[in-house]
Structure formats: C-alpha cells, structure tokens
Ligand binder design. Sequence first.
Ligand code: SF4
Length: 127
Amino acid sequence: MDANAYALSAAGAAAITVCDDEYEDLLQLLLEYRAVPDEASARIAHWIASAAMGENHLWQDMGLPNREALSELLRTHFPRLAAKNVGNMKWKKFFYRELCERAEVLICKSPHCAECSDYALCFGPET
Ligand code: SF4
C-alpha cells in the first residue's frame, strides 16, 4: 500500500497519521451508511475514519470515554451499519471485515467466529 502520510486532527482526537487507501475506503463505507447524508454526519465519518488509523482502540483514538459511547454514536449516525455488527465485534475489526467482504478478500481463519482462534482479538474486551 502506498502510504502517503498526512496529519488530520478531529474533535477530541490528537493528530493521527493515516494511509490514504485505508482511510478512503473506510470513509466511503461510513458515508454510504449515514442515517442522514448531511455535513454533520460527514464530519463524524471523517472523525471515525481518521481515528481508525490509530493504534489504540477506536473509542480511545476518538477521544471518547468508553466503547459504549462509540457504539451509541454509531447507532445514532450509522444505524444500518451498526446493526450489522450483531455479535458486538470490536468496531475497528468489524469495519475492516466489512471492507474485506466488499473486496471479496477472505481474512477470517474460520467460517464461524465461535470456532476461530482469533475470537479474542475480534470480540475481546476493549479496556
Ligand atoms: S473471530 Fe475469526 S471468523 Fe470471526 S471475524 Fe474474527 S477472524 Fe473472522
């Protein structure tokens, strides 16, 4: 991947270095799933996509108090996308799984999460 780094800062988040491709793909996914296609939700999509390039849990890199605050934000502004996360997967993992499915790239080690050796990575606690 061509990592053309640049810095973005968003409300509550520090400057984050991101890679164009991942950022753009995730941004596009979020924009498509907005409940209301307005400027406010576009800014939230940018905020999420830029924070997702960080190294910590997404809610941490967004400057939110906990994972539930992020879940609530997603349920409010991207309800159809949030509803797809039926197993309560970690949000960043969930987003990338969505992107991989779109690209028809199989990243999972198992056809069923319950039997997968990566279960803790995808569903473990985010503290
Ligand atoms: S637990 Fe395994 S099968 Fe489920 S999403 Fe994660 S990698 Fe894929």
